[in-house]
Design a protein around this ligand. Structure first.
Ligand SMILES: Cc1cc2nc3c(=O)[nH]c(=O)nc-3n(C[C@H](O)[C@H](O)[C@H](O)COP(=O)(O)O)c2cc1C
Length: 216
């Protein structure tokens, strides 16, 4: 068993999204004590944006075109995809930036959502190539975007659901800590809510073994 933790906050281990991610990972490790944890820290901008050869290869109509460009972003993409493929659980800890995912997470997505590698574009639509597996997303935001006190839109959650769904990851659970900029009392309230949501969710969570049917 392997847990992949993608950590997206520039504040690293001091961040709220990291804190919730750790709670999720703790529970998973209690259930699966022998599971290995892989940490992919990208919040500091460790993943570069995709380069010209990668964009050219993805825009080409033939698979072989990608093989002509094994360097640059293509090798980084391959490394990140293989890391994801080998994981049984994916935990993403991310802040909300400007109503959506931070640019570092978008850069990771640009590397792992690759046509003819992690999904196919068919006449019927997009078909994911990765086997499904539980994905847990821990989102931290300065303001609130859900419930009666919401004051802003949320393009992060629907976007992640849509884009990960394309590559075959549909089993998504989102935990949020909302209102971190609204003062210490709001932070305590938000932390308690997030912790409770995690506890409630995992009380009935059963580790299912998704079938290994990936076609790479
Ligand atoms: C560039 C930037 C953009 C942000 N945009 C939003 C936003 O759209 N909505 C929001 O509620 N908070 C926004 N925030 C605040 C962060 O989401 C908030 O501080 C969050 O708790 C940070 O999470 P972290 O502790 O995991 O880094 C933004 C912060 C930064 C630095």
């Amino acid at each position: 068993m392997k847990i992949l933790h993608v950590s997206c906050s520039p504040r690293g281990q001091a961040s709220e999204s990291y804190r919730i991610s750790q709670k999720i990972i703790e529970v998973l490790l209690k259930r699966e004590p022998t599971a290995k944890l892989a940490n992919r820290v990208i919040g500091d901008g460790a993943i570069s944006h995709i380069d010209e050869s990668y964009a050219t290869a993805l825009g080409a109509t033939r698979q072989s075109f990608a093989e002509i460009f094994p360097k640059g972003s293509m090798s980084q993409s391959e490394e990140l995809i293989q890391e994801l493929e080998s994981a049984d659980f994916l935990v993403i800890g991310t802040p909300m930036h400007n109503f959506t995912v931070p640019s570092v997470l978008k850069a990771w997505i640009d590397h792992i959502v690759r046509v003819r590698r992690t999904f196919d574009s068919t006449k019927e639509g997009y078909v994911g190539r990765l086997r499904d597996r539980p994905v847990f997303v821990a989102v931290s935001s300065g303001g609130r975007y859900s419930g009666e006190r919401a004051r802003q839109p949320d393009f992060l959650t629907p976007y992640l659901k849509a884009i990960l769904g394309i590559i075959g990851l549909h089993d998504l659970t989102v935990f949020s800590i909302e209102g971190t900029a609204l003062g210490p009392d709001a932070v305590v309230e938000a932390r308690n809510r997030a912790d409770q949501a995690i506890e409630d969710h995992f009380r009935s969570f059963v580790v299912r073994s998704h079938s290994v049917d990936q076609q790479t």
